[in-house]
Design a protein around this ligand. Structure first.
Ligand code: P53
Length: 479
């Protein structure tokens, strides 16, 4: 057998704030993604205090999926997608986050979207929070570092899980919850837990706050897993992690230990999600660094009871660390640990290391660590495309995806990994999260819009469209 298991969930992935647009329509509130300006390749996005006149916010219109989803779903259907992963934009349902009553028009939009998907044979896979936290929850409460925000998230999740209990089966709580693992990345902190730091705050203080916010999110997630199973026992509720397997640069034993330390820092989140206890390596770190993280006995019980049904994750790249005396960016997990470029792999135009074998490697690690079904909910190649005679010859994207699917196939067929599905990222071109660009394209469907927001928004099938259609039609035999 050279095919994936029957019922393998081939699909595509996007997120509400990166496709929908309609940022202030039908009662929608301002989300933290709505105050992020456009950056560029290597240029960070700015976060403004509220929406400012004259600034350009690429997510405000995005690719106008809000008005064009019917036409886009026809293309997804033609491609053969069995699932579409997207998110519910929290601010369509609770514009401020702490509202008592939900916004009916927001709820109706997702009813219509899910109905349209089902009518075309596509099942929705839904992330509850994909960087769309209400801006008001940052302003009034300081984001997830404040335990009050847990209840707002649970209220939101209960509302949508009840409303869509017969329309959505696969859920995920927080997108890439572990992307705040590194306190130096203030932007990620903002988007994962709605916290902004002053420039002059120490790394230690930031790290302590991030751990508190992370624990609060993990508690919120566990509560939602428990609640979701009461709403519909058939729900499959997962976490969502960004996995970047980290290799030792050399065979020096310290390099191996450094890689393990860096990996643990990211694994912490899924360890809690999947095993339900805070691992010793983290408890000890808190003790050594004298962090006071508030977790009550009652909350620990919730963590134990609210473990996830599957591990959803993104995979784009691997990383390499060393303790040798080499030049590189210093990180602090293990003495003298530095990030280094891996000489054995290539990188994208954005510097992301391309490593298909790393996908097979991480699938095996996860299978052994958690004994849970796995779901690759993001993978893809951000690249510049050019259109000639209404065609986009994106062989480079096909090469990337083909190589990753080949390794994923070995993990499933040779290594016996339990994998639910594969939803490549940005199945249609969308606004890049990290840079705010339109021209960092992942799609198999081209969208005519540039970094400045100009374009007709017309959709066009790329060469990768036909290729992926045949991959799905043959259940992964023809890749
Ligand atoms: P963009 C960094 C590393 C790995 C995944 O990213 C990441 C990031 C953030 O930049 O984010 C995920 O658009 C995220 C998506 C995002 C996608 O990867 O920066 O879940 O929202 O668009 C790709 O190229």
């Amino acid at each position: 057998m050279n095919q994936f298991p029957e019922n393998f969930l081939w699909g595509g992935a996007v997120a509400a704030h990166q496709v929908e647009g309609g940022w202030n329509l039908d009662g929608k509130g301002v989300s933290i993604a709505d105050v992020m300006t456009a950056g560029g390749n290597g240029i960070g996005r700015k976060i403004t205090h509220g929406v400012l006149d004259g600034a350009y916010y690429p997510n405000h219109e995005a690719i106008d999926f809000y008005h064009r989803y019917k036409e886009d779903i026809q293309l997804f259907k033609e491609m053969g997608l069995k699932v579409l992963r997207t998110s519910i934009n929290w601010t369509r349902i609770f514009p401020n986050g702490d509202d008592k009553e939900p916004n009916e028009k927001g709820l109706q939009f997702y009813d219509d979207l899910f109905d349209e998907l089902h009518a075309n044979g596509i099942e929705p896979v839904i992330t509850l929070s994909h960087f769309e936290i209400p801006f008001h929850l940052y302003e009034a409460y300081g984001g997830f570092k404040n335990k009050q925000v847990i209840a707002f998230f649970v209220h939101y999740a209960e509302t949508v899980m009840t409303r869509y209990k017969n329309k959505v089966k696969y859920w995920m709580t927080f997108n890439e919850i572990n992307n705040q693992a590194d306190g130096q990345h203030d932007l990620h902190t903002w988007t994962n837990s709605a916290i902004l730091f002053n420039q002059n705050e120490s790394q230690a203080k930031k790290e302590e706050v991030i751990y508190q916010a992370a624990i609060n999110e993990l508690i919120a997630s566990a509560k939602v897993v428990k609640l979701g199973h009461q709403i519909n026992p058939d729900f499959q509720i997962g976490c969502m992690m960004a996995y970047v397997p980290v290799y030792p640069f050399s065979s020096k034993p310290d390099d191996q230990m450094a890689a393990l330390k860096v990996m643990n820092r990211r694994f912490f989140y899924s360890d809690v999600h999947a095993i339900g206890v805070i691992p010793n390596y983290i408890l000890n770190e808190w003790k050594q660094k004298k962090y006071s993280i508030n977790v009550t006995e009652e909350e620990k019980k919730i963590l134990r009871e609210g473990t996830v049904d599957y591990i959803g994750f993104s995979y784009y790249m691997s990383g390499t660390v060393t303790t040798l005396d080499e030049k590189g960016d210093l990180i602090t997990d293990y003495p003298k640990t530095k990030w280094l470029r891996n000489p054995h792999v290539e990188a994208s135009d954005w510097g992301w290391q391309i490593d298909p074998v790393g996908l097979r490697y991480i699938l095996n690690i996860l299978d052994q660590r958690y004994h849970l079904p796995l779901f690759i909910v993001e993978n893809g190649f951000g690249a510049y495309d050019s259109v000639e005679n209404n065609q986009v010859h994106d062989q480079y994207r096909i090469d990337y995806l083909q190589a990753h699917i080949a390794e994923m196939k070995k993990a499933v067929l040779e290594d016996g990994v339990n994998l639910l599905g594969y939803t490549p990222w940005g199945i249609i071109d969308i606004v890049s999260f990290g840079s705010g660009e339109m021209e960092k394209r992942y799609g198999m469907i081209y969208v005519d819009k540039d970094n400045a927001g100009q374009g007709t928004l017309t959709r066009l099938k790329k060469d990768s469209f036909n290729w992926y259609q045949s991959v799905i039609a043959s259940n992964g035999e023809n890749i």
